[in-house]
Structure formats: C-alpha cells, structure tokens
Design a protein around this ligand. Structure first.
Ligand code: HEM
Length: 596
C-alpha cells in the first residue's frame, strides 16, 4: 500500500494493483472513477450513482464490489453470512438438495459450486506458464532525461510503482521451478503516462533472430507431441540446426540454466530499444537489470534434487523472503550506442537478439533501482491474470529495427486476447491506474464492466459529443524514421548477409573462454554430456558437437569427457567438412549438411 499522487487529483491511498482494498473513504470515488474511465465525465454507472446517493455507505459498497470484508469497516462487527454469487443467503452448504439420494436439477447452489469450479482455470500462458510475482517500486537514481523524455525517468528520486512476474519458460504451470530452462522476468511500470512493460530473460541473448522461428524454438524445448515426454531430441536438434543460437545454447546448458530461485539472477530484455529525448534526438540502448545479491546458480545435481524436494522452491523463496520483511532489488542500467555507429559495427549486428553488446565497449550506466517489497494478495487475480507486452511502451521509448522485437510488440496482445479476453485491461493488475484513461473508441466485448465510453462518441473524428478537452496528443507520435530496403522473405541480419561465418560464433567463444571459469566450463560439459544420454539419434549429437567445436574445440572435447559414444576424432573429421560454413545450409531453408 502506498500513498501516491495521481496526476489530476489529490493524494490518494491505493495499493499498487489499484485495488480498492483498505482504502479510506476519500479515495473510493477516485479509484472507482479511475477504474471505470469516467474521470470528469458526467455519465456515471449505476453502481456509482448508487454510491453517490448513499455516500455514507462507501465502505459497505467497497466490500460488496470486492467481496472482501474490510476488518476496519463499520460493518465488521456483523459476521458475514455465506451467500451465493447472486447474493442469496445460503442454508446447509454441506448437502445437496436431493430426493432419496438423487440430486435435483433445481439445486442452484450445487450447480453454482460445481460450475464455478469447472471453470476456475483459465487458459495457461503458451510459454512462461509457471511463475510468481511481487510488487514494489522503481526509483530514478541517475538523471538521464537528456536521453529519454519518458516521464518516469524525469528526475532523480521519482518513484513509479512496479509489478514483476518471474517464470520458467517452456514447461507447464505445474512444472518444478528449478528445472533447466531460461527464466522470465517481466516488469510492469505503472507510469504517469501509462503502463510500460519490459520483458526479460536471465540470458543476455535469445536463441533465434527471426520471428518465424519463435514457435519452433519454443516447441523444441516443450514436450514431444506424440508421447508428451520431455523431448531432448528436439531440443538438441533445433540447437544444432540454428547456428545463431550457440551463445544462448551455451547459457542454457551452463548453470545459468538452473538459477537459485528468482532472486539471484540478472534480467536482460535482450533487444535493442530506442530512447528519444524532448528534442527528438534518439540513441539506441540495451537494458540490464543486475540483482544485488549477485548471481547464484544451482549445479545440475542440486537443481534436480530441488525439483523433487521442493518443486515450488523459487515461488516459496520469493514469497517467504518478502513476507519476512526482505526486499529483492535490481540495479537498472543501460548500454548506449549512437545511431550512426550502429550502422558501422565491424563484428556484430547490434539489432540482432542473438548477439550481445560487449560491456567493455558499451559500458553500463545506472539509471535506477527496482525494489520488490510486497507479495500479491491473490495469485489468480494478480499473477495469473497479469498481461505484459513488449509493445506497451511510453512516449520516449520505441522499438529498434529488430524484426523479433517488432513482431513481439504484436504477438503478446494477441496471446492475451485469447488467454484473458478483450477487456483484460480492466483486470486491476493490468489497469494503468497512475494515469487518466479515456478511450471511448475501444468498447464492448465480453465482461466489459467499466463505463464503456458512456454517451461519448465511439468514433474519431467526430464533432458532436466529444468534450473539448479530449484531444490526441501529437507530441506522442513516434519519431519519424527513414526506411530503406526491399521486400523479401530473407534475413536482414548482417550475420546472414555480410559478416564472416565465424562471427556467428565469436561471442559464444568469448563467453565460453572468459564468461565461465574452469569449474563452470566443466559443469557446462557435464550438463550437455548428461543431456546427450536422453537423445536417441546420434547424428543430432554429432551435429551439435560440431557446432560446439566451431565455438571452440575444447568445448566439444570437454563434452566428450562426459559422453563416450562419440570420439573427438569423429567430431574433428565432421567439423572439417564444414570448416568454412555452418552445420546447415541456410540458403536452402536450414538444410543440414551431411557430416558422416
Ligand atoms: C521467439 C519469440 C518469442 C515468442 C513466440 C514468445 C511468445 C510468448 C508468449 C506467447 C508468451 C505468453 C504471453 C501471455 O499469454 O501473456 C510469452 C511470455 C513471455 N515472454 Fe516471450 N516470446 C518470444 C521471445 C521472448 C523474448 C526474446 C523474451 C525476453 C527477452 C521473452 C520474454 C517473455 C516473458 C518474460 C514472458 C512472461 C510474461 C509473464 O510473466 O506473463 N520472450 N512469450
């Protein structure tokens, strides 16, 4: 619960989800108005008209709409009576209405109970289904407003409420938290200019660069559609066939694939973004959020043990830590690159999600701290139904010409329209409660329950009902950008057009040699060697070893110390056949070369 200043109204007490829980009387109107999108408009819903007529009943109204009994309210002396969802008081709630043991169809209570239960699970996320979250705040520590006009970055000390959801990626909602998988860290900043979402993983790079490969990548780390078993054949097959994935693959198979819970890992949005200042000048940036605890990873053996002993380890650890008064804090940093320089980098494509920006050449600059200090009140309401999208941007922040990011700006909303329905922005955790919303053009749909635009016109432009102050703000237009190129179904990454084959592997080599110490490299070898035992087809393993050899011969040699079904000689001979090319012919639709 925080006392925060809304833009156009006096200080109000709300919690970071914008929920009317434990609020004082003065704030109730503001919250319901903000939720309903009715600020300053004469048209009020029946609910609010009712409230206005009986303003001394604000507290009981609050209890009625939230179905929560507020212990400090005047009605708390009267214990509540159980009711149906329609408000009918219930009698015996342990027995159905029956005739000689046969339930009767007129038993509305029996049906309501079962039907609610039958519909209690919503569609789970297609990825990142297993997770938990916490609320907190973001604070500006370094004024970078000369680079970015986003209001939440405007001055040192400015506080913005946040919500962060942590997750594993590819297995389902009930999968153990500690299994090998990239971790997701999705952040929602409730800014005065609307909700800004940053979606990150705990690796600095992603596996693919083209949006067409997104679902295939995910399927390669999901279950076998035939027998529903974890499918390392598919995982290694895909990894061995997509050369640009080698840096992410190395992170995946290292102990970074099994971090200790949610609190001990860094978060990388991976993509390049554009920051734009008030003079319309822009700079390319990459974010990094470093955890203050320092990175801690499980070994493969410890992760496996934890999956059995405490499958909810990460969820429990975060919850208990915060419940005991602890906080979880990240240092928020950016790397910067001048727009002209971005065109001339000699060794990597700065818009390619499979490549990092080396920190020695593009140093990190801190701009804030992100602190999580409060647990959600209700998992389904606040965590299961939260919706993040890389396309939720605020003025001053835009996507770069990275095709994967551009497409992700669309795909998340599509996923959520399916998962949560068209009015998911009304769910409190998704409501941009720090700003004044006014969107009479977006209307209707299932479960619409705010003012739904009232009597305002539902189209723009119009000259009849539009209030004088409702105008677009043209300063929010995206920065114009000159584009050139041709329309073609081919990659625009410089790694597939002009840079040498080896540049696809240089950064993976740097990470293998310098990003991991000797013990960590041994663990990497061991983790892959162990993984190989679940792969049935030897040509997949050989192809993957050849890709590792291209990163560094010691990489392949090290794996074979933990897997003796293939010799290093075999790998070297196969690698010779493709010494000047990848393991696949990308021009022929990623067709694998014959390595035997
Ligand atoms: C290859 C392309 C990708 C595809 C097809 C994809 C797809 C998806 C989908 C369908 C969801 C579920 C959305 C929902 O139902 O709310 C999701 C969630 C998520 N994605 Fe991606 N994704 C991709 C790449 C990435 C990348 C590059 C990152 C980060 C660098 C990322 C981070 C996340 C996170 C953190 C979540 C969880 C959000 C939450 O906690 O609700 N994804 N992704």
């Amino acid at each position: 619960m925080k006392r925060i200043a809304g833009r156009d109204h006096p200080q109000v007490l709300v919690d970071a989800q914008g929920n009317p829980v434990n609020v004082d009387k003065r704030s109730l109107t503001t919250i319901i108005d903000a939720q309903s999108g009715e600020l300053d408009h004469p048209v009020k819903s029946n609910l609010i008209q009712g409230k206005d007529k009986q303003s001394n009943q604000d507290e009981s109204l609050l209890e009625k709409v939230s179905s929560i009994i507020n212990p400090s309210s005047s009605t708390s002396n009267t214990p509540p009576t159980l009711t149906s969802v329609n408000g009918y008081r219930l009698g015996d709630v342990s027995h159905c209405l029956n005739i000689g043991g046969y339930p009767v169809v007129s038993d509305g209570i029996l049906f309501e109970n079962q039907q609610t239960f039958n519909r209690s699970k919503i569609v789970e996320r297609a990825v990142h289904a297993c997770g938990s979250a916490a609320f907190g705040y973001f604070e500006v520590t370094n004024d970078l407003s000369n680079l970015c006009k986003a209001d939440f970055l405007s001055k040192v000390g400015k506080i913005t409420p946040v919500m962060v959801r942590f997750s594993t990626t590819t297995y389902g909602r009930e999968y153990p938290d500690s299994a090998r998988n990239p971790r997701g860290i999705a952040m929602k900043f409730y800014t005065d200019e609307g909700n800004y979402d940053i979606l990150s993983v705990n690796f600095p790079v992603f596996f693919v660069r083209d949006p067409t490969q997104g679902p295939d990548l995910i399927r390669s780390q999901q279950r076998n559609p035939n027998n529903f078993r974890v499918n390392l054949d598919a995982t290694f097959d895909f990894m061995s066939l997509v050369p640009e994935s080698m840096l992410a693959n190395t992170w995946f198979w290292s102990d970074h694939g099994t971090p200790v819970g949610w609190r001990n890992m860094d978060a990388y949005p991976c993509h390049t973004f554009k920051w734009i200042n008030s003079q319309n000048q822009s700079v390319y940036i990459r974010y990094k959020f470093s955890c203050l605890t320092g990175i801690k990873n499980f070994s493969n053996a410890d992760a496996i043990r934890m999956c059995g002993e405490d499958p909810d380890y990460a969820k429990r650890d975060l919850w208990q830590h915060i419940d005991n008064g602890g906080t979880c804090e990240f240092k928020c940093q950016i790397q910067m690159m001048d727009e002209n320089e971005a065109k001339k980098i000699p060794d990597f494509d700065p818009f390619d999600t499979t490549k990092i920006w080396p920190e020695d050449r593009y140093p990190l600059v801190q701009f804030g701290r992100l602190v999580l200090d409060r647990n959600p009140e209700n998992y389904h309401r606040d965590v299961e139904q939260v919706a993040f999208s890389p396309g939720s941007l605020v003025p001053g922040i835009e996507p770069s010409p990275d095709p994967l990011l551009q497409f992700r700006c669309f795909l998340y909303r599509d996923a959520q329209l399916y998962r949560l329905g068209v009015n998911f922005h009304q769910i409190p955790v998704n409501c941009p409660f720090m700003t004044r919303q006014y969107h009479p053009i977006a209307r209707d749909g299932a479960a619409r329950c705010d003012a739904n635009g009232g009597v305002e016109s539902n189209l723009y432009p119009n000259s009849f009902s539009q209030p004088p102050h409702a105008r677009p703000d043209l300063t929010c237009n995206e920065k114009p950008q000159a584009l050139q190129g041709y329309l073609a179904r081919k990659s625009h990454s410089r790694h597939e057009n002009e840079l040498p084959v080896d540049n696809e592997y240089i950064q993976a080599r740097q990470f293998y040699l310098h990003g991991l110490n000797a013990d960590e490299r041994t663990h990497l070898h061991q983790n892959i060697g162990k993984g190989f035992r679940s792969v049935t087809r030897s040509e997949i393993k050989l192809r993957f070893l050849v890709a590792c050899y291209k990163v560094h011969p010691d990489y392949a040699r090290g794996i074979l110390q933990f897997y003796d079904q293939i010799t290093f000689n075999q790998v070297e001979q196969a690698a010779q056949k493709v010494h000047d090319k990848h393991t696949v012919d990308r021009a022929k639709g990623y067709e694998p070369y014959d390595l035997n």
